[in-house]
Each structure stands twice: as structure tokens, then as C-alpha cells.
Ligand binder design. Structure first.
Ligand code: AMP
Length: 500
């Protein structure tokens, strides 16, 4: 595979060049390739069946990239699982994925009934006999699987093949101004596919990944000190993250004088954010990109120029990458003419082959169009003069501060709580963006004398099953959930009650 071959070449030609760094660790190309090759040989020796997934657990330590590359060199897809994911959900992912091994890159102890855990810390990698490139994941095999929120209460694993990833990485390094050897920001944890947007393009082009661990990005003082020292050239993040930097007036081209490119993906890029960035970084180029995890990070892009900012009320998400086709269809799947609003369908070589172990979910969302894998996004949009515009969702999937989630998944877990009879989630969105979630709850009988105690108990329950970013900020208590005439929860009426 070209991507892996390139990494091997960089390791040979410039072994001392930094491939990946965090606040206190560095990993050169030489170290990355050498360590990952040895670990790949060790994984090979375990003799799992080819293509058995391996869960890689951790945050952003240098062992994470090493573990990823070792899995794929031995022919196994990896499943990145961040430490922010609650243990009950981690167990679910390990079980549901049929993982053959968990690689733990943290210093906490992990135990699973059915699967062995390999602790990377203190692992002595002997001078094993190294395996050859014939074991590398083949183009049509799965390279990684990323779990996203699912409406049935369980996360779903999106399988990305080596061919999907190669198509994406070639597009990034070919169509964007990303020359060899740039310094890329990595803001997103590896369990979100936004991290793929900087990670593999940087490695393919011999660049350096500057990873922002959550202990740094959560604390403004540390964050800005870190950025000031970063010499970043390519910024990759959600719009929410860059917006979080705006309260600091020093966040500008003096803090990041080398910054050339902003790459955004994952949620709406508000016009105001793009304008603010242009003012603070007049020399940098800004790109909006769009895509779901199911189509390997992003499939459209557009440079946000002054002319575009002057012309558009809501920014377009861009033109499809050249090997992708994007269609707009009505409820009966009939293609719609230009300018008419419908559901966006993506077809082409970066579309996944489906959800791991979920044939029904896969059948509902994926199909074939003209011999290409196709994915039904659930995004509403239009195409005008070849430009794609996203106009919200057709379902209950939302983005909150850049995180993708299904309201039904949160509702499923709320309804599991002994303290709750029924619940629905109301997103609070005073303007274009969702600011936080409110749980409208019909409580079960309980002994709490105060509402806040009940809320604390429900939160504690939820924290066992859901990542912190999916837990509603506010709780509002009611005697019943209003129903529509056809017996569905009446979300509109509920919202009116919540805000009454
Ligand atoms: P994820 O799988 O986490 O990348 O989330 C994918 C979803 O995020 C898409 O289906 C869209 O709903 C939304 N999304 C991604 N990029 C953009 C964008 N540039 N503008 C608007 N929505 C976006």
C-alpha cells in the first residue's frame, strides 16, 4: 500500500525527522517504523485469524500511532478507542467487534473476560524476525474501524478499507496546498475520524503531527502556550474548536506565524467564524470540507475566499472530490434536479463497505450505484452549479461542539435508568448552532426530596454508559411526554413545554 510504503521511505531517508509529538513525547519516523514493525511481528506471531480487529485503547501517547501501524502491517484492522469513552461502552465495542486483542497504551489496568490485553508500556520488543510487506492489509481489506453513535443505543463500527483511506489521503495531499514536510495540528482524539484528516496526510507527505492532548486543549493557558511553541502550518479541527480559541485576542498570526492552511470538517462552518479567521490570519487559506465517517472523513471541499464570504449567506461545503459522485434524492430515492432540496447520497471509492457485524444497518444505509459503493447520508442538501450545500439533517443525528451523536441513543440510555419512566432530548439552539442538550424527563417513583438529587443520580447512571459529551447539560421534569396524533413523541410540543 502506497501510504505504508511512503512511511517506510521517510523512515529510511530521514529517520530523525519527527513524525508525531505530544506535549512531552516525540516519535521520529525511524522510531515509528522500527517499533511498529517489531510489534507487527509480535502480533503476527499471536496468529489471530487474518483481519480480526484489534482494539487500540489510549489517548494520544506516541504508542498509539505505533500500535495502529503495527496492526495494519500484520493484516489486522485497528479500532481506536479513546480514554474518554466510559468502560461499559469500551466493553461493548470490544465484544461487538469480535476483537481478537486489546492493545492498551495507557498505564491503567484493563481486563476483559473474553479477550487478552497487551500492555504496551514496558513492553520489550525483542529482535524478532520481522515480517514482510506481504502481510500488510490489502487494498480491499479493512484498515480501521471507527465507532460512532447509533440510534439503537449501541455504537456502530464503520469499516474503512485500505483503498478507502488511500483514496482520501491522495486527495488531501494532491488537491490541497499541503506540500511535503508540513507541521499539522491534531486536535481530535483518534476515535473520531477527523483525526484521520491530519494523521495520514501528514505521514504520507513526511510531515509532523503536533498532537494536542485533552489536558492541554482543556486549559486555555496551556493550550495557548503550546500553540505558541508549535510552529503549526496546517490547522485541522472542528469549527467549534477554533471558535473556542477566539476569546483570546492573541490567537492570531503573531501566535502562529507559519500557519498556511485551515482545514475544517465535521460540522457547519459558520460564516462569522470564517470571517473572524480571515481577520486574524489574513495570509492563511481556509477550506471547508464535508463528509461522514462512512465515506472516510470528507468528500467535498471548497476554499473560503473573500468573494465567497461576500456572496454567501450560508457557506457551501464544496465540490465533490474528483472520484466521488454526489446525488440529491427525494423520499422515494428519485434523483432531484439541481437546486432542489433532498437527501445527499455519496458514491465512490471512499465509501465504506458497511458497519461491522450489522448487516441490517448496513443494508439500510449502503448500496451500489453504477458499480460504486454508495452511502445514504441522512443529510439534507442541494447542489447548485456543482456546489454542494448542507442544510441540516433528515433524522435525529446532531452535532454538538463538533461531536456526532444520535439523540435516540441518548434517549435509549435515559430510558434504561431506574429513575426514569420516559425521556426525550431537546437540543437548545438559540441561533444556528446547538449550544447544549436538555433532557425532558418523566421521572419514575423515587425517594429524592430535591430535583437536583434526582438529576445527580440520573447523571451518574448515564456516565457509566455514555461519553461525557453526550450527557445532557440540563434536566427538565414533566408528568408526561406529549404525543402527536400518530402516537409519536411530539418533540415540538415538548420543546414548547420545556421553554414555557
Ligand atoms: P462524522 O461522521 O462525525 O464526521 O459526522 C458526519 C456528519 O457531520 C455529516 O453527515 C454532516 O451531518 C455533518 N458535517 C460534516 N461536515 C460538515 C460541514 N462541513 N458542514 C455541515 N455539516 C457537516
Amino acid at each position: 500500500m502506497k501510504l505504508l510504503t511512503r512511511i517506510a521511505q521517510h523512515a529510511e531517508r530521514k529517520p530523525e525527522h519527527i513524525a508525531y509529538r505530544t506535549e512531552d513525547q516525540v516519535l521520529t519516523y525511524g522510531m515509528l517504523w522500527d517499533k511498529s514493525r517489531r510489534l507487527a511481528s509480535l502480533l503476527h506471531a499471536i496468529q489471530l485469524e487474518r483481519q480480526t480487529p484489534i482494539v487500540v485503547y489510549g489517548h494520544m501517547a506516541t504508542d498509539m500511532p505505533v500500535a495502529f501501524l503495527s496492526c495494519v502491517q500484520a493484516g489486522y484492522p485497528y479500532i481506536p478507542v479513546d480514554t474518554s469513552i466510559p468502560m461499559e461502552r469500551v466493553r461493548l465495542i470490544v465484544e461487538k467487534s469480535g476483537a481478537g486483542l486489546v492493545i492498551n497504551t495507557t498505564d491503567s489496568k484493563l481486563d476483559f473476560d473474553s479477550v487478552a490485553v497487551l500492555h504496551m508500556l514496558n513492553l520489550e520488543l525483542e529482535q524478532e524476525e520481522l515480517i514482510g510487506d506481504e502481510y500488510w492489509v490489502h487494498l480491499e481489506e479493512v484498515f480501521y474501524t471507527i465507532y460512532t453513535s447509533g440510534s439503537t443505543g449501541n455504537p456502530k463500527g464503520v469499516q474503512i478499507t485500505a483503498a478507502n483511506l488511500q483514496s482520501f489521503t491522495d486527495w488531501m495531499t494532491g488537491d490541497f496546498p499541503l506540500d511535503e514536510g508540513k507541521v499539522f495540528l491534531n486536535q481530535a482524539p483518534f476515535s473520531f475520524d477527523l483525526s484521520v484528516m491530519d494523521f495520514y496526510p501528514a505521514l504520507q507527505s513526511g510531515g509532523t503531527i503536533h498532537a494536542l492532548e485533552k489536558d492541554v486543549s482543556n486549559k486555555p493557558k496551556l493550550l495557548f502556550e503550546n500553540l505558541s511553541r508549535s510552529a503549526l502550518q496546517v490547522w485541522t479541527s472542528t469549527p467549534s474548536f477554533v471558535q473556542m480559541c477566539f476569546p483570546n485576542p492573541d490567537f492570531n498570526d503573531k501566535m502562529l506565524p507559519e500557519l498556511e492552511v485551515f482545514l475544517f470538517c465535521g460540522e457547519v462552518l459558520p460564516l462569522a467564524v470564517a470571517k473572524e479567521l480571515k481577520a486574524r490570519f489574513p495570509k492563511a487559506r481556509i477550506f471547508n470540507t464535508y463528509g461522514p465517517t462512512e465515506a472516510t472523513v470528507a468528500v467535498t471541499s471548497i476554499e473560503i475566499t473573500e468573494e465567497l464570504l461576500a456572496k454567501e449567506k450560508a457557506l457551501p461545503v464544496g465540490y465533490p472530490k474528483s472520484d466521488m459522485r454526489i446525488f440529491v434524492v427525494d423520499e422515494l430515492d428519485n434523483p432531484l434536479p439541481e437546486g432542489e432540496k433532498g437527501e445527499l447520497i455519496l458514491a465512490g471509492p471512499s465509501v465504506s463497505k458497511g458497519y461491522l457485524g450489522e448487516p441490517l444497518l448496513t443494508e439500510n444505509a449502503f448500496g451500489m450505484i453504477n458499480g460504486m459503493n454508495a452511502y445514504r447520508t441522512g443529510d439534507a442538501g442541494i447542489i447548485q452549479d456543482g456546489l454542494v450545500y448542507c442544510q441540516g439533517r433528515m433524522d435525529f443525528q446532531i452535532k454538538l461542539h463538533g461531536y456526532r451523536m444520535e439523540l435516540e441513543e441518548i434517549e435509549f440510555h435515559l430510558n434504561q435508568s431506574d429513575f426514569i419512566k420516559a425521556a426525550i432530548i431537546i437540543p437548545y439552539a438559540p441561533n444556528e448552532e446547538i449550544e447544549y442538550l436538555i433532557a425532558a424527563v418523566v421521572p419514575a417513583d423515587h425517594d429524592f426530596d430535591k430535583e437536583y438529587k434526582l438529576t445527580a443520580a440520573i447523571r451518574k447512571d448515564l456516565a457509566l454508559r455514555l461519553p461525557a459529551y453526550m450527557i445532557p447539560r440540563k434536566f427538565s421534569y414533566h408528568t408526561s411526554i406529549p404525543m402527536t396524533i400518530n402516537g409519536k413523541a411530539d418533540r415540538k410540543k415538548m420543546k414548547e413545554e420545556v421553554f414555557a
